[in-house]
Design a protein around this ligand. Structure first.
Ligand code: ATP
Ligand code: MG
Length: 256
């Protein structure tokens, strides 16, 4: 028997007013399986993340995290349970140094069991831990720089480090390479693969860049107009006629 899925979404629907954004979406993600969610602009990918991570309540359906029903559980509770997300735009503290950005969630994390004050007193140890986390994303030499002064690609790495500082079990990444140049994109691809291969964290990535999707994902889900159009291995998705028509036509043609 395999372990239970880390994430299982059953018959999820969400409307905004009369506009149905998600229709009866069901999917399962196994622990350690690097999955991607793709689909045209407005397909409902970010909304799907928003519902899974507690920003919106589903109208119908349920979300199970490690077998436990978390539908409607608030985002901060999910964070402490180990379910986190990143955003389509950078979401860091621009005026703080790189190290301070990572210290903030660590202090909160360590304050869980006892007082916030004691967590702050442990700061030298926390700074070491923060530097270790920065090392995992390749920012160890930039720890003392103010976040806003860093290149865009580095700022997005701070965001990954921020997420890792919360010791997540499952991370949903919303367009981690959006706005990046080809070099930054390659670095992000390498990082996601490395983190997914070596850590206890499972990653689920929304991405428009098909180079990223096809080089990292073990399994791909395709969302189209709020419905799950297909799921499968990269090879299965590449050769799926429905996906080709709805979304991948241009990309596959360009690839020959
Ligand atoms: N809070 C909201 N209120 C009303 N409509 C919304 C809300 N959030 C999203 N939508 C609509 O739902 C649809 C899906 O949006 P969503 O952001 O989930 O798409 P997406 O797949 O992430 O698109 P993109 O690839 O452009 O990021 C869009 O038509 C959007 O305008
Ligand atoms: Mg989106």
């Amino acid at each position: 028997m395999s372990e239970q899925p880390i994430l299982e979404v059953k018959n999820l629907s969400k409307s905004f007013g009369k506009f149905k954004v998600l229709s009866n979406v069901s999917l399962k993600i196994e622990k350690g399986q690097l999955c991607a969610l793709i689909g045209p602009n407005g397909a409902g990918k970010t909304t799907f993340y928003n519902v899974v991570t507690g920003r919106y309540r589903p109208d119908r359906g349920s979300v199970l995290f490690e077998g436990r029903d978390i539908s409607g559980v608030q985002t901060h509770r999910l964070t402490s349970m180990g379910l986190l997300r990143s955003f389509q735009i950078t979401n860091i503290f621009p005026a703080l140094t790189v190290l301070e950005n990572i210290l903030a969630p660590l202090v909160v994390y360590h304050a869980k069991g006892y007082s916030f004050l004691r967590a702050i007193k442990k700061q030298p140890a926390l700074a070491d831990e923060a530097k270790h986390i920065l090392g995992r994303v390749g920012l160890e030499n930039k720890w003392d720089q103010v976040a806003s002064t860093l290149a865009y690609g580095d700022r997005r790495l701070i965001e990954i480090a921020l997420v890792l500082a919360c010791r997540p079990k499952l991370v949903l990444l919303d367009e981690p390479t959006a706005g990046m140049n080809p070099e930054e994109t390659d670095r992000m691809i390498k990082l996601i693969k490395e983190l997914a291969g070596r850590s206890e964290t499972t990653f689920f990535v929304v991405e428009h860049d098909m180079k990223v999707v096809f080089s990292v994902a073990e399994k791909i889900f395709v969302l189209n107009q709020g419905e799950l159009l297909a799921e499968g291995t990269p090879e299965e998705i590449r050769s799926n006629q429905k996906v080709k028509v709805a979304y991948l036509g241009g990309y596959l043609d360009a690839k020959g």
